[in-house]
Ligand binder design. Structure first.
Ligand SMILES: *[C@@H]1O[C@H](CO)[C@@H](O)[C@H](O)[C@H]1NC(C)=O
Ligand SMILES: *[C@@H]1O[C@H](CO)[C@@H](O)[C@H](O)[C@H]1NC(C)=O
Ligand SMILES: *[C@@H]1O[C@H](CO)[C@@H](O)[C@H](O)[C@H]1NC(C)=O
Ligand SMILES: *[C@@H]1O[C@H](CO)[C@@H](O)[C@H](O)[C@H]1NC(C)=O
Ligand SMILES: *[C@@H]1O[C@H](CO)[C@@H](O)[C@H](O)[C@H]1NC(C)=O
Ligand SMILES: *[C@@H]1O[C@H](CO)[C@@H](O)[C@H](O)[C@H]1NC(C)=O
Ligand SMILES: *[C@@H]1O[C@H](CO)[C@@H](O)[C@H](O)[C@H]1NC(C)=O
Ligand SMILES: *[C@@H]1O[C@H](CO)[C@@H](O)[C@H](O)[C@H]1NC(C)=O
Ligand SMILES: *[C@@H]1O[C@H](CO)[C@@H](O)[C@H](O)[C@H]1NC(C)=O
Ligand SMILES: *[C@@H]1O[C@H](CO)[C@@H](O)[C@H](O)[C@H]1NC(C)=O
Ligand SMILES: *[C@@H]1O[C@H](CO)[C@@H](O)[C@H](O)[C@H]1NC(C)=O
Length: 614
C-alpha cells in the first residue's frame, strides 16, 4: 500500500509536470532557466549574477544573447566551455575569481560582440585563449593581475575595436602581442607598470585612433615612440611621476587632435615635440610642475581650442604665450601660482569663452582689468577668479566690482627711471665702469640694457646687468665705447635712458702692447665668453692660464704636456720679448724659455715650473 501510494503520488507529480509543460508548450517555446538565475525570454537574457556560482551552469538556453555571470566565484574557464551558446552576443564574467582561462575557452561564440573579464585574478592569458571570437568588438580585461602580453594573444580577433586593459600589473608587451588587431580603434593601458613605451607592439595597430597609457618608470619619452600610428587622434599619457621630458622627435609620425600629458614631472611645456601637431584641438598638461609659458612657442598649434594646465606650478604666463592661437576658447589654469594673466598673452581675448583662474594668488591691478571688462562674455565654470592683493580687495571676485567702484581699483603705476642725470664716462682701457638704472613702478618694472650694437645684454659675461639694474662693464676695452640704453617697462608703460662710455686705448698702443695687457688680465679674468668681439683678433690662449699653472705646479702634467706648455710660453716669450719689462716680468724656473723644447725632449725628471708675475 505504501509503495502504491508512493507510485500514485509520483504519477500525480508527473501529471502536474506534464500539465505545466503542456501549458508552456501551447504558449511560448520552452525556456529552461538555471537555478537561481533570472531569465528574460523576451530579451533573450540570462542573468546569473551575484549567486556565488562556482561553475558555469550547463542548462543555459542555446538561444541566449546576453549572459551575465558577474560577481560569482568562478575560478576556471574550461576548454570550449561555451560551445553550445553560438547565439551569444554579450558575456559578462567580471568580478569573479578567474585565474585560469584554458585555450579555446570561448570557442564557438562566433557571434559574441562583448566580453567582460574585468576584476578577476588573471595573471597570464595563454595564446589561443581568445581564439574563435571573430565578431568580438569589445574586450575588457581591466583590473586583473596580468604581467605580460605574449605574442599573438589577440591574433584571431580581427573585429576587435576596443581593448580595455587598464589597471593590470603589465610590465612588458611582447613585439607581436597585438598582431592581428587590424580594426582596433581604442586601447587603454592606463595604470600599468610598463617600464618602456611598447613602440614595436603598438606599431602593429595601424588603425588605432585612441590610446591611453601610463609609463610609471620612464624618465624621458624617447624618439619615435609612436611611429606608424598615423591614424591616432587621441593620446593620453598619464601617471608617470618620473617623466621629466619628451625627446625632440618623441611624437613624430603622429597627427593628434587631443593630447593629454597629466600627472607627470614635466617642468616645461614640451614646445618642440608638439610643434608638428597642427591639428591639435585639445591640450592638457595638468598636474605637472610647469613654471611658465614662454612667448611665441605655441603658435604652430593653430587649431588649438582648449588648453588645460591645472594644478601646476605656474608663476608666469608671458606676454605672447598664446600668440598665434586664434581659436582658443577654453583656458583652464585653476590651482597654480599665477599673480596675473595679461591680455597680451593672447592673440585675442575675443575668442575666449571659458576661463578658469581660480585658486591663484591674483593681484587685481591694471593687468587683470580685461577680465573685468569681459566678465559678461566669459564663463568662469562656477569658479570665478578672486583677488588676493591688494589687501583692500582681498577675497573679492573680479566680476563683483561695479563700474562705479572701478576708479582707483585695477590700477598700475607706470614704469619710471628715477635718476635721470646724464651718465657719461670716459675711462682708460682696463677699468671697470658702472651705469645706474633705478626704476619705480607697480608692478615692478623689468629692466633691459642694450649695447651700442643694439644687442640684449645678459646677467653674465664681462659686460653684465646686475640684479639691481646696474650695468657693469669690466676691464673696459676700446670697442666697448658707445651709447648704452636702459629700458624699463611694466604693464602700465615704459621708460628709457641712454648713457655713454668712451674708452681710451693706451697711448701709441700697438698690437704687442695690447697683447701683453690682455695677457695680464687673464690672471684675474677667466671668462671665456666675452660678449663683445675681440676686434684685434687676439686670442692669446686657447685655455685658461690659471688652471694651466696650477696643473703644472702640482705635477699633474707629464712629459708630453710640459712640452706643450713650453711651446706656449715660448710663443709669448718670443712675441713680447723686448717690451715685456714695461708691464710684466716672467720668471721661468728651472729651464730658460729658450732651452725649453730641447730639455723637455730629453725627458728630465724635474718637470715642475714656477712662474712669478711682478
Ligand atoms: C542581473 O541581476 C542583478 C542581481 O540580481 C541585478 O543587479 C542586475 O541589474 C541584473 N541585470 C540585468 C541586466 O537585469
Ligand atoms: C554568497 O556568499 C556570501 C558569503 O558566503 C553570503 O553572504 C551571500 O548571502 C551569498 N549569496 C547568495 C546569493 O547566496
Ligand atoms: C605595479 O605598480 C603598483 C603600484 O605602483 C605596485 O603596487 C605593484 O606591486 C606593481 N606590480 C609589479 C608587478 O611590479
Ligand atoms: C631625438 O632625435 C633628435 C633629432 O634626431 C636628436 O637630436 C636627439 O638627440 C634625440 N634624442 C634622444 C633622447 O635620443
Ligand atoms: C622631477 O624633476 C625634477 C627636476 O626637474 C627632479 O629634481 C625630481 O627629482 C623629479 N621627481 C621625480 C619624482 O623624479
Ligand atoms: C590629420 O588629422 C586631420 C584631422 O583629423 C585630418 O584632417 C588631416 O588630413 C590629417 N593629416 C594627415 C597628414 O594625416
Ligand atoms: C578645469 O579643470 C578642473 C580640474 O581638472 C576640472 O574639474 C574642470 O572641470 C575644468 N574646467 C573646464 C571648464 O574644463
Ligand atoms: C647695484 O649693485 C652693485 C653691486 O652689487 C653696486 O655696486 C651698485 O652700487 C648698486 N647700484 C645701486 C644703484 O644701488
Ligand atoms: C613704450 O611706450 C610707448 C607709449 O608710451 C609705446 O608706443 C611703445 O611701443 C612702448 N615700447 C615698448 C617696448 O613697450
Ligand atoms: C707700449 O706701451 C707703453 C706705455 O704703456 C709705451 O711707452 C710704449 O712705447 C709702447 N710700445 C710700443 C712698441 O708701442
Ligand atoms: C665678430 O667678428 C667676426 C669675425 O671677425 C665678424 O664676422 C662678426 O661680424 C663680428 N661680430 C660682431 C658682433 O661684431
Amino acid at each position: 500500500m505504501c509503495v502504491e501510494t508512493a507510485d500514485w503520488r509520483g504519477m500525480c507529480w508527473c501529471a502536474v509536470l506534464l500539465l505545466i509543460m503542456g501549458v508552456s508548450e501551447s504558449g511560448e517555446p520552452p525556456w529552461p532557466c538555471p537555478q537561481c538565475c533570472e531569465c528574460s525570454p523576451e530579451n533573450l537574457m540570462v542573468n546569473c549574477s551575484s549567486n556565488n556560482l562556482t561553475s558555469v551552469p550547463d542548462n543555459i538556453n542555446a538561444k541566449t544573447h546576453h549572459l551575465n555571470l558577474a560577481n560569482n566565484l568562478l575560478k576556471t574557464l574550461r576548454h570550449r566551455q561555451f560551445s553550445t551558446l553560438s547565439q551569444l552576443q554579450e558575456l559578462d564574467l567580471s568580478e569573479n575569481i578567474l585565474s585560469t582561462i584554458e585555450v579555446e575557452a570561448f570557442h564557438g561564440l562566433q557571434n559574441l560582440l562583448t566580453l567582460r573579464l574585468s576584476q578577476n585574478r588573471l595573471k597570464i592569458l595563454p595564446v589561443g585563449a581568445f581564439s574563435g571570437l571573430p565578431s568580438l568588438h569589445l574586450l575588457d580585461i581591466s583590473e586583473n593581475e596580468i604581467l605580460i602580453f605574449l605574442d599573438y594573444t589577440f591574433r584571431e580577433m580581427t573585429s576587435l575595436r576596443k581593448l580595455e586593459a587598464s589597471e593590470n600589473d603589465l610590465l612588458f608587451i611582447s613585439k607581436r602581442a597585438f598582431s592581428g588587431l587590424l580594426n582596433l580603434r581604442e586601447l587603454s593601458l592606463d595604470r600599468s607598470n610598463l617600464t618602456s613605451v611598447p613602440s614595436e607592439a603598438l606599431s602593429q595597430l595601424t588603425g588605432l585612433s585612441c590610446l591611453r597609457l601610463c609609463l610609471a618608470e620612464l624618465t624621458i619619452l624617447p624618439n619615435n615612440s609612436f611611429r606608424r600610428l598615423g591614424r591616432l587622434r587621441e593620446l593620453t599619457v598619464s601617471n608617470c611621476p618620473l617623466l621629466g621630458s619628451l625627446a625632440t622627435n618623441s611624437l613624430i609620425g603622429l597627427n593628434l587632435t587631443s593630447l593629454t600629458l597629466t600627472y607627470c614631472n614635466l617642468s616645461s611645456v614640451p614646445y618642440v615635440p608638439l610643434q608638428h601637431l597642427v591639428y591639435l584641438c585639445y591640450l592638457d598638461l595638468s598636474y605637472n610642475p610647469i613654471i611658465s609659458i614662454h612667448p611665441n612657442l605655441l603658435g604652430d598649434l593653430l587649431r588649438l581650442q582648449e588648453f588645460h594646465l591645472v594644478g601646476g606650478s605656474l608663476l608666469r604666463v608671458e606676454p605672447g604665450a598664446f600668440h598665434g592661437l586664434v581659436y582658443i576658447r577654453l583656458l583652464n589654469m585653476s590651482s597654480n601660482q599665477l599673480v596675473t594673466l595679461e591680455e597680451t598673452a593672447f592673440h585675442s581675448v575675443g575668442t575666449l569663452e571659458v576661463l578658469r583662474l581660480d585658486n591663484n594668488p591674483l593681484i587685481c591691478d591694471c593687468r587683470l582689468l580685461w577680465v573685468w571688462r569681459h566678465h559678461l562674455h566669459l564663463d568662469f565654470d562656477k569658479k570665478p577668479p578672486i583677488c588676493n592683493l591688494p589687501v583692500h580687495v582681498q577675497g573679492r571676485m573680479i566680476q563683483d566690482f561695479t563700474q562705479v567702484q572701478l576708479p582707483g581699483l585695477f590700477t598700475c603705476r607706470q614704469a619710471r627711471i628715477l635718476n635721470r642725470k646724464p651718465q657719461e664716462v670716459r675711462t682708460d682701457e682696463g677699468h671697470t665702469v658702472q651705469f645706474f638704472c633705478q626704476v619705480d613702478g607697480d608692478p615692478t618694472p623689468s629692466i633691459i640694457w642694450l649695447s651700442p650694437h643694439r644687442t640684449l645684454l645678459s646677467t653674465t659675461g664681462r659686460i653684465r646687468v646686475l640684479s639691481n639694474g646696474t650695468l657693469e662693464v669690466r676691464y673696459s676695452q676700446v670697442q666697448d665705447s658707445g651709447y648704452y640704453h636702459c629700458f624699463a617697462s611694466n604693464a602700465a608703460g615704459n621708460d628709457s635712458i641712454s648713457v655713454s662710455l668712451q674708452v681710451r686705448g693706451f697711448p701709441a698702443s700697438s698690437p704687442r702692447n695690447r697683447s701683453i695687457h690682455f695677457f695680464m688680465e687673464g690672471w684675474s679674468f677667466t671668462s671665456t665668453q666675452s660678449p663683445v668681439n675681440d676686434s684685434q683678433g687676439l686670442r692669446p690662449f686657447p685655455f685658461d692660464m690659471k688652471t694651466l699653472i696650477i696643473a703644472v705646479t702640482m705635477g699633474f702634467l707629464s712629459f708630453l704636456s710640459s712640452v706643450a706648455v713650453c711651446f706656449v710660453f715660448m710663443f709669448f716669450w718670443s712675441q713680447s720679448k723686448g717690451q715685456i719689462k714695461h708691464t710684466a716680468t716672467i720668471d721661468f724656473v728651472p729651464h730658460s724659455a729658450g732651452a725649453g723644447p730641447a730639455r723637455g725632449g730629453s725627458g728630465t725628471d724635474n718637470n715642475r715650473l714656477t712662474m712669478k708675475l711682478l
